[in-house]
Every structure is written in C-alpha cells, then in structure tokens.
Ligand binder design. Structure first.
Ligand code: PEP
Ligand code: MN
Length: 491
C-alpha cells in the first residue's frame, strides 16, 4: 500500500523547513515510500495548483504497475552477472524523452539500434549483453538553472514533459502531465513488448547495417568485417539448429529513467510479493532487514531500473532516502563533484546488505578529468567491503558537453570515445571490471554530436538538431561507438 496523497502534502511542508547544514531532523529509522518527504530536496517541483497534483497522484496510485517484480528480479540477476564480470551492460536512449516520441517509428528505430549495438558488443566482448533502454519514462530533467532567457524574456526552464512543455507558453508546471507520463510510459512499453514478441529482434531476419556513410576505407573494411563475422555466426547457429529453444527469436529489453520526480515515483511504489522465480540474491554482507516476514518488498513499478542523477545524490537528501528503500536495481551518477568520502557512504546507505549488482556506479567525469579522478574512486570501492559488488558503468556523455561558438550544445564523438577508452584502460590497471556503457542516443539521423565517420562539423549541427535537452549520438555514431568498443576488446 502506498501512503495517502494527503500525507504527502503535510510531510512536504515539514521537508521544506529542513536544510543541508546539519540542522535537519534526525534520520528516520524506518523507511516508507514517503519518508523522503522529511528530507531536504534538490530540483523540487513546486506546483501552484496543489489540488490537481493530489488528484493526479491519487490516480497514479490506483493504476496498475507498469513493470512487475518478476521482471525487476530478472534484471537484478543479469546485473549480478555484470558485477561479477560475466556480462556487459548497454544502456541508452534519449536525454529527455518527449511524449511525442511515443510513436511507432521512433520506438522501433531505438529498439533496432540497441539490438544491433548489443550484437556488436557480444561479438567484441564475448559475453552476454544486458540491454536497458532510457525509455518509457525518461520524462523528468534536472536543470542547472530554473529559468532561461528566451527572446530577451526570462521564463521557466523546460523540465521534461512530465512537468511542463517545451513550448514557451507551456512552461508552467502542469499536474495533469503526471498522469500523462504514466500513459505514455505504458504505451511505449506496450509497443516495445509487442514488437519484441512479434519478432523485431528475431535474429533469423537480416539486419540493415547501413555502413555506406563510412568514408575511410580502412574503417569501412574493419566495420564490414565485423558485420560479416556476426552474420556468419548467426547463419552457422541457424544451420546447426542451435536455436532449439527459440532464443534467437527475441531478446530482453529493460526500461529505465532518472528517478527525479519523487512524487511520481512514490505513487508507483508498491509493496508486492517477492517473486519465487529468479535466483537467491548473492550478498556479501549482513541481511539488511528488508526481507520482511510476509515475503513482500517495495518495488518501484514505473521502470525496471532507476538512477539518481548527479545533482540529486546528496547523502542526506530526499532522493537517496527514497532510493534506499526500493528493491529495484539502481544507478548513481558519480562525477567530478562527488567527494571520494561520499561514495562508500552512498553504498552503505543504498545497499547495506551488499547485494551484488544492486548498485551501478555510473561514472561521468569528462575526457580531460577521468584519468585524475576515476582511479581513486575505484580504489575506494574495490578496497572496501564492496569489492566486486558494484557494476561500474561509463557514461561518456555528460562530462563532455560543450557549446559551439554560436551557442549550440554539442559533444564531440572523439571526446566521448576518449573518456570511454580511458575508463577501460583505468579499470584494467586497477584490476576492476568496466561492466557497461551509458549513452544518449537516438535511432534517428539527427545532427547533435560532431565527429564520427560521417564527419559532422559544428556547421552541420543545425541540419537536424532536434533534441530538447542534451545532444545525442545518431544511429550511425552510436553503432560506430559499439564497433569501437568491440574493437577495443578484440584488440
Ligand atoms: C542525464 O543522464 O541526462 C543527466 C542529467 O545526467 P547527470 O545526472 O549525470 O548530469
Ligand atoms: Mn542528458
């Protein structure tokens, strides 16, 4: 049962008085889906129309789960394998998913791209790949400033479709968007599930690799030989009848988003029976007491995987309080502003029982800073009781954003790959395992990041720049990134 929306309101007023300066109320011993409301919160959504917020939250609390505990546990099992070095994690999708992206072609192209990238990675790394889409719920965005200047006028920033609209006339927070987010999320996931069960990921079907844009003959030859090798392997498996159980007909694709808007997340947090399927979690520490006698636990049913953003991971803040109580596997963004001393506190707060693979540390320093900062962060974790317990994932996007001379937000393909290869090298030196990548990408032919084999320049960015938030790799750049990662492993 979730708390009543009326109590959310009362507790939020209490929370508003709390501060980060150590004078806040004592940490509550017990967790509940609403215990975050007693904590100071960053990136808060302050609505003027509170009555309609409560109405939307009450509606959300009645709606059925979007994902189920069985699916969440299945992902946890897979992430345990990633933490143990037996599998690799590919996570990708839009920076800000718009409600408008809930459309057949946009969804299909993203599924196909993630599938193709995963095949390249499986080939290169020689390990199973776990796929998580930043999709079906990535609607809330943290912003560096609450306002922006548009045509000389200061207006509220766009905070993601769950809160307000990009159109300058829709910047007021609109409570009806909370419910709209649920339905767009559910419709997107419904089409993902339907496409998968209808054979979109059927590996018996030829895939369109479209390498025509690769100008460099050496790269063209290299990528073509990877594709030939993958195609040959698939054909061989089919010929020898290796697909008796039909594993080549579909794949798992999990969903994820940043758990930013806690009222929404709370409303979809349900106390449900732990599935009896799935393997027993592998823990390296004492039981954390959450395994209640009634065999139930709290699941966030809005997505399989949620992460805490770089701006909201304060140890005594609302987001960490919320995240410490849910069963889902969770990510935490770690960057140049993360104090080394915070990392173990975060792990001890979020995963006291040391469940292997429960936490993914999503590192995002930037190409120029990763060498200075990542090694000590790895040593702190791997030298502690959390050794071989976390999934290390590299997000080479968020530390590499820059503005062009004309003020367009972009990222250079080379910087993204530099951070990724440095991260791989550093993990190798430290004896740890880089278990995954986290990319902002789209299946469309956008021009938002420069570089890659198409050779996009600053001047080309205006050709098809459609992101309403951060610049994404287009389908060619994303696939090329997968080729480069695979090449790195194959040597
Ligand atoms: C994001 O993943 O879109 C994001 C805002 O990242 P970060 O929290 O790392 O800045
Ligand atoms: Mn982003």
């Amino acid at each position: 049962m979730v708390d009543s929306s009326a109590s959310i309101l009362v507790q939020r007023e209490v929370a508003a008085e709390a501060t980060f300066n150590g004078s806040q109320k004592p940490k509550p011993e017990s967790w509940s889906p609403s215990s975050w409301t007693a904590k100071p919160i960053k990136q808060d959504a302050i609505y003027t129309d509170r009555k309609n917020v409560e109405k939307s939250l009450a509606k959300l609390q009645r709606l059925p789960p979007i994902v189920t505990p069985s699916e969440i546990v299945k992902l946890k099992d897979s992430l345990r394998d990633v933490a143990l070095g037996k599998a690799f994690l590919l996570q990708g999708g839009d920076c800000a998913e718009l409600f408008d992206y809930c459309e057949e072609n946009a969804i299909e192209s993203k599924i196909k791209l993630l599938l193709q990238m995963s095949l390249v990675l499986i080939w290169g790394i020689n390990k199973p790949v776990v796929r998580i889409a930043r999709m079906a719920g990535q609607y809330a965005k943290p912003r560096s400033s609450p306002t922006e200047m548009v045509n000389g006028k200061e207006i509220s920033s766009f905070r993601g479709d769950i809160l307000n609209g990009y159109d300058i006339n829709e910047r007021t927070l609109d409570p009806s968007r909370l419910v709209s987010a649920y339905f767009h999320s559910a419709a997107t996931l419904n089409f993902v599930r339907a496409s998968l069960s209808s054979g979109i990921a059927d590996l018996h079907r030829p895939l369109d690799w479209g390498l025509g844009h690769v100008q460099d003959p050496e790269l063209q030859a290299k990528y073509s030989s990877i594709v030939a090798s993958i195609t040959d392997s698939l054909r061989f498996m089919q010929t020898v009848g290796a697909d008796t159980a039909g594993q080549l007909r579909t794949v798992d694709l999990f969903t994820s988003h940043e758990g930013l808007l806690l009222e929404y997340e709370q409303s979809l947090t349900r106390r449900l029976k732990r599935p009896t399927s799935g393997t027993t979690p592998l823990t390296r520490g004492p039981a954390d007491g959450t395994a209640a006698a009634d065999g139930q636990a709290y699941y966030n049913t809005s997505a399989h995987f949620l992460w805490v953003g770089d701006r909201t991971r304060q140890i005594d803040g609302a987001h960490i309080e919320y995240f410490r109580g849910i069963e889902n596997p969770i990510g935490v963004k770690i960057g140049p502003t993360t104090a080394s001393s915070d990392i173990l506190t975060l792990l001890r707060t979020l995963n006291p029982s040391r469940e292997v693979g429960k936490i993914t540390l999503i590192t995002r320093y930037g190409a120029s800073k990763v060498r200075d900062l990542l090694p000590s962060h790895i040593r702190i974790v791997e030298g502690s009781e959390y050794t071989r317990c976390v999934v290390w994932q590299c997000d080479p996007m968020h530390g590499n954003t820059r503005s062009t001379s004309t003020g367009i937000k972009t990222r250079q393909f080379a910087d993204i790959f530099t951070e990724l290869s440095e991260t791989l090298a550093i993990h190798k030196e430290q004896g740890s395992y880089l278990g995954g990548v986290h990319l902002e990408l789209t299946g469309d032919a956008v021009t938002e990041c420069t570089g890659g084999s198409e050779g996009l320049k600053d001047a080309d960015l205006s050709l098809n720049y459609t992101s309403f938030c951060d610049p994404r790799l287009n389908e060619k750049q994303a696939l090329e990134m997968a080729f480069l990662i695979a090449g790195h492993f194959r040597g």
